[in-house]
Ligand binder design. Structure first.
Ligand SMILES: NC(=O)c1ccc[n+]([C@@H]2O[C@H](COP(=O)([O-])OP(=O)(O)OC[C@H]3O[C@@H](n4cnc5c(N)ncnc54)[C@H](O)[C@@H]3O)[C@@H](O)[C@H]2O)c1
Length: 277
């Protein structure tokens, strides 16, 4: 498919890397203009520089925990491209599956605040900054959710709770912004990205991609019906296009497409997670 987003304008948080950057590239290929928002200014420049059409890519540096930064991004979007049709709420961090029993009380306290501020409040603040323009455009929000929005052990308690919270947020906003704005999510499974951890756990410099690279070639395939661990962000952009495209999904709101290789149909693969305790 191509041209499904012709004339549309999208704002993508966390658009300088991983699935956010892949969605930006795909949206440009579908004839949209995109504004990519991220706290990493140099990577924003790289993504814009590599774009098939840099004139249709605008960058804004900021932090999703800052309402002022997100309002500035919406203002710049409208100044540059005249409208805002699609918000992709996406910037996030992982907890590297740090289980409750491996967190001190102090770590838990600080990491909760950091992870929820980015993963949950960041989505809500972005929606607040964008909804007025989205109502004008009869547009939509697409949230990056996760297998951890539905299942355990895709993170520790902090990440899993944050992604379950995003599922609830998606559903609540689908109700509150209907009928003018559709709100849906793509629940991504594991993919090879530079996903980082929280500063509060000294995991800000750790990259998920490095864990992928460390997997021995003869390691057993992960228990996922459709695929191995080698999924790239570009493999997951189709559901974002589908949900963002008015003509393709005008009757869909409050839904998550689970793009996780079929975790939900695999059955039990392991028992208790705490047998070592
Ligand atoms: N990688 C996976 O396996 C996986 C699986 C399911 C869901 N997800 C979700 O995908 C989303 C994107 O992550 P990714 O895997 O592409 O990782 P990534 O690190 O490659 O991309 C995330 C981007 O968000 C930015 N960001 C982080 N905190 C920010 C902040 N406070 N303000 C502004 N920008 C910030 C980062 O700079 C980075 O560019 C996250 O919500 C993550 O939870 C990832």
């Amino acid at each position: 498919m191509s041209g499904w987003l012709s004339g549309d304008v999208a704002l993508i948080t966390g658009g300088a890397s991983g699935i956010g950057a892949a969605v930006a590239e795909r949206f440009v290929a579908e004839d949209a203009a995109v504004v990519i928002f991220d706290r990493d200014a140099s990577r924003l420049d790289l993504v814009r520089g590599k774009s098939a059409d840099p004139d249709r890519v605008h960058t804004v540096t900021g932090d999703v925990r800052s309402s002022a930064d997100l309002h500035r991004a919406v203002t710049e979007t409208v100044d540059r491209f005249g409208r805002l049709d699609i918000l992709v709420a996406n910037a996030g961090v992982w907890d590297y599956q740090r289980q409750l029993t491996r967190l001190s009380a102090g770590e838990l306290d600080a990491a909760f605040d950091e992870i929820f501020a980015i993963n949950v409040k960041g989505y809500l603040l972005a929606a607040e900054a964008a909804w007025r323009e989205l109502v004008k455009a009869h547009g939509c929000i697409v949230m990056t959710l996760s297998n951890a929005s539905f299942y355990v052990n895709g993170g520790g308690p902090l990440y899993t709770a944050s992604k379950h919270a995003c599922l609830g947020l998606m559903r609540e906003l689908a109700y509150e912004l209907a009928p003018k704005v559709r709100v849906n999510g793509v629940a991504c499974g594991a993919m090879r990205t530079d996903l980082r951890g929280p500063e509060a756990l000294a995991l800000a410099d750790r990259s998920l991609a490095a864990s992928f690279d460390r997997r021995p070639a003869d390691a057993p395939a992960p228990p996922i019906p459709l695929h191995s661990a080698s999924v790239e962000p570009a493999d997951l952009t189709g559901p974002y296009v589908l949900l963002a495209a008015r003509a393709q999904s005008s009757t869909i709101t409050g839904q998550a497409i689970q793009a996780d290789g079929g975790i939900g149909v695999r059955g039990f693969t392991s028992g208790a997670g705490g047998d070592q305790l």
